[in-house]
Design a protein around this ligand. Structure first.
Ligand SMILES: Nc1ncnc2c1ncn2[C@@H]1O[C@H](COP(=O)(O)OP(=O)(O)OP(=O)(O)O)[C@@H](O)[C@H]1O
Length: 329
């Protein structure tokens, strides 16, 4: 199946500051894709590019097999995607007025407007906002109204930039359900979040960005620090690395690669740290255990392992991982 997007050799700059460097990046068709990474890593910049609002200074974007070359193409493609920006902006007038304008810009016959507006607002449980002035909406209501606007023309791709930012628990749950239902309808959805666990839990595919580059790690157990002679020092603990590594600034350890034990291992594992269990929760059929051991580690273990270890909150436990399970960048 053709990729939804294929980006090649991309460089995006704000004046002379490089915001994105992506040698090759693909987004699969019919999936929920999460774009995760810390503040300032380039998520919004990438989403604006995927919405065809901004073009990179270098490289090419291919959408559904079509390589974008001209301004005319960009303008046409903009209409095929829906973007919910991080800080949505609505024009003066009611929510309905804003939705009508979105329909008008897509040349939808007037006859269909009311039905479409009611349908999209009902879908988001927001029909009560229909006649509310846009400038009186709360942060969460504005988010819903803007999501309705992004959805109303049934886009081929829905792009959501940090959609959970201003939501209370109920609205957060509603949006999570919306995203999960969206996947069932085989539409394409890409959302950005700095909440790694939310991204991992909701998405089929995850794209992780650090400092404008894609990294092949889920960013769990991500630690920053300095490398000195195969010892990576985070300031709170020292981690032994092996192999030919030069000047890395970050390490991450896959939570599946962390082995927990009640006693220290007498084995070749070089990285062993005593800690204390700070939380235990179920996650996607496994058990996530957080351990405070200098740094906070997250381990994903089986229910059998939890049972065998008889782990409880507050228990002392050893965090163990092999040097070759550490990703450096
Ligand atoms: N208009 C702009 N002019 C100059 N620099 C910008 C501009 N917009 C973003 N940047 C810079 O580009 C980098 C990427 O920003 P971007 O907004 O894409 O990151 P982000 O991952 O979406 O961040 P956040 O999670 O805080 O929204 C940052 O260093 C940011 O300061």
């Amino acid at each position: 199946m053709t990729d939804l997007y294929r980006l090649n050799d991309i460089r995006f700059l704000y004046v002379d500051k490089v915001a994105l460097t992506l040698p090759s990046l693909s987004v699969k068709t019919g999936k929920i894709t999460a774009l995760i990474g810390p503040n300032g890593c380039g998520k919004s910049t990438l989403l604006n590019m995927l919405a065809f609002l901004d073009s990179p200074q270098q490289g090419s974007i291919n959408f559904k097999g079509e390589t974008v070359r001209t301004k005319k193409q960009l303008q046409a493609l903009r209409k095929r995607v829906g973007l919910l920006t991080q800080k949505p902006y609505m024009l003066r007038g009611t929510v309905a007025d804003n939705l009508k304008l979105a329909l008008k810009l897509h040349s939808v016959p007037k006859l269909l407007w009311q039905n479409k507006i009611n349908e999209v607002l009902n879908r988001l449980d927001a029909i009560h906002l229909l006649n509310q002035q846009a400038n009186t909406l709360s942060g969460g209501q504005l988010q819903k109204a803007a999501l309705a606007r992004a959805l109303i023309n049934d886009p081929e791709v829905l792009l959501l930039d940090e959609p959970f930012s201003y939501l209370d628990q109920a609205a957060n749950n509603m949006l999570e359900e919306f995203i999960q239902d969206y996947s069932a309808s085989t539409r394409n959805l890409i959302f950005s979040t700095h909440n790694r666990l939310q991204g991992l839990a909701l998405a089929d595919e995850v794209i992780t960005l650090i400092n404008g580059s894609q990294v092949q790690t889920p960013l769990l157990n991500l630690f920053h620090g300095h490398l000195d002679n195969h010892i990576f020092n985070t300031g709170k603990l020292s981690v032994v690395l092996t192999g030919d590594i030069e000047g890395c600034r970050h390490i991450s350890i896959d939570p599946h690669e962390i082995v927990l034990s009640k006693e220290p291992f007498c084995s070749s594992i070089r990285n062993q740290y005593p800690g204390r269990v700070t939380s235990i929760s179920e996650e996607m059929g496994k058990v996530r255990v957080n351990i405070s051991a200098g740094e906070i580690f997250q381990a994903l273990i089986t229910f059998e392992a939890l049972h065998d270890l008889k782990l409880q909150l507050g228990d002392e436990v050893w965090v163990n991982f092999k040097s070759n399970s550490i990703v450096t960048f």
